[in-house]
Design a protein around this ligand. Structure first.
Ligand code: SF4
Length: 162
């Protein structure tokens, strides 16, 4: 199974959302958040290399040089912890390929950035998450609804709240 950064993000945010996403339950809707996010991404960092694909994962962009860094650009810090783990996963992934990198999460609208580095504890947690994702995704039914503030802006809101 290909584990993507988005799957790691969903795992930390909501395991039910992860299940829907990984089992290709697509909601047909127009999500303004995604469009705004794309626009910020294009306008704010047009001079850096963007959308780097590496095996199973794709990052927002990477600055090459002595201190190679993976950047993840986000619209808001609303999902701080899930986004952190998404980036930790990328750092872990490139480390498996023999490259140690730093990570920076950038919130252009909030003029905020956060630097991340792997620790042995975080690496162990990522490895545990990967195994848990495989179990959750292969379950015949999604995990139960867990109502949280984030639900209101979730793609699957209608599916969960009816
Ligand atoms: S609406 Fe809430 S419970 Fe349902 S998938 Fe989204 S975040 Fe999870």
């Amino acid at each position: 199974m290909n584990i993507t950064g988005v799957m790691i993000q969903y795992y930390v945010a909501c395991k039910r959302e992860l299940w829907f996403f990984a089992n290709q339950i697509n909601m047909n809707y127009d999500n303004e958040d995604i469009n705004i996010g794309k626009l910020i991404h294009e306008k704010s960092y047009s001079r850096e290399s963007k959308d780097v694909n590496l095996g199973e994962v794709a990052f927002d962009f990477v600055r090459k040089g002595k201190n190679s860094t993976i950047f993840e650009v986000k619209k808001s810090s609303r999902l701080e912890e899930p986004v952190r783990y998404q980036l930790y996963y990328y750092l872990w992934y490139v480390k498996q390929l023999g490259k140690e990198m730093k990570g920076v999460i950038v919130y252009p609208k909030e003029k905020k950035r956060e630097e991340l580095e792997l620790t042995p504890e975080i690496e162990a947690r990522i490895e545990w998450i990967i195994e848990d994702i495989k179990k959750i995704v292969s379950m015949p039914l999604p995990p139960p609804v867990k109502v949280m503030p984030y639900c209101k802006r979730c793609t699957y809101y209608e599916l969960c709240m009816v």
